[in-house]
Write a protein that binds this ligand. Sequence first.
Ligand code: NAD
Length: 352
Amino acid sequence: MSARAKHAFVHQSVPAPRVVFGPGALATLADEVARLGAERVLVLCTPGQAALGKLAVEQLGSRVIGCHAHARPHVPLGTVTEALGAIGLTRADLLLPIGGSSTIGLAKAIALATTLSIVAVPTTYAGSEATPIWGVTDAAGKRTGRDLRVLPRLIVYDPELTQSLPIGLSVTSGLNAIAHAIEALYAPDGNPLISALAEDGLRGMAEALPHIASAREEALQAAWLCGTVLGRTTMGLHHKLCHVLGGSFDLPHAETHAVLIPHVVRHNASHAPDAMKRIARALDVSNGPDAVDRLAALAKRVGAPPSLAAIGMSEESLEQAADLAVASPYANPRLIDRSSVLELLQRAFQGV
Ligand code: NAD
């Protein structure tokens, strides 16, 4: 295949979870779990979502053995070890994380160490439920990888469970999903199928976010599409920067995505003309430069944090962040060089 071919691609179908989507879908849990033949389900959630964990336990009736309400942000290794100990005692045969991608991440880390399957009930827009990507944080930082054993067998999307997600977190989580779609549109392993899903996910989320309180169903459906393309493509500079800023400088996950995505799109735009056409169409503008402005305006309009400074980054750390972001090679439409990455970070720091 010529490296210069404009429309050459490879598509490989990969296993995808069964998806049950709709308001009230939580009520299908017992039947859905019975389809899988599971009889000893362990529910996982954060301490803050213990009431939701209890709701799942009630739905599962005799098929549940308990709720482990100890999930934490970024899946610390200690929480995985603790959960594995608890599972040894309970002899669970299925994991059911209910919550954000941190809770689903805990289930994935357990699945990696056992043969247990996952049924995921997501309550944010971050998208982990639709990917084979796992991540665990220890003293050396956050390690991530891909393994089909951690891909959930079933996703139950119930938009009613996202009503309680605070508006601020809903907006940043939605921009996190948008970032997955955008980077999938210029990923080296993208193809027309991925692009169609990504464009529609981007459009759906961008339309939902300005009135998120009354567009939960639309946002969650878009989140599924955005998570699906995240799981099937290689992410670029944006995800690298978020990984660096979250892992080494402890910046909050969704907020970091929300601040950075307009800056990264501006940075990459002229090197990804086909992706920019789709991004423009999804954002209802006619060209790439307008799309960059529209994305920045969207983030501002929905009240996303204005800058890295506003979410706790220190100016002295920008140089070190740039070093880390260029330390190893990765795919991105624009060649990665330290000075332009530092400039991007400085703009994002100031919010200009
Ligand atoms: P999160 O899971 O860390 O949740 C943030 C907080 O919101 C938690 O306290 C949680 O209990 C609460 N919360 C979640 N849903 C709620 C709801 N409906 N109502 C009220 N409170 C709610 O946040 P997240 O953004 O979903 O996940 C971020 C983590 O997931 C990061 O560690 C990120 O790296 C990882 N992630 C992984 C993947 C993957 O494919 N592996 C994809 C996206 C994100």
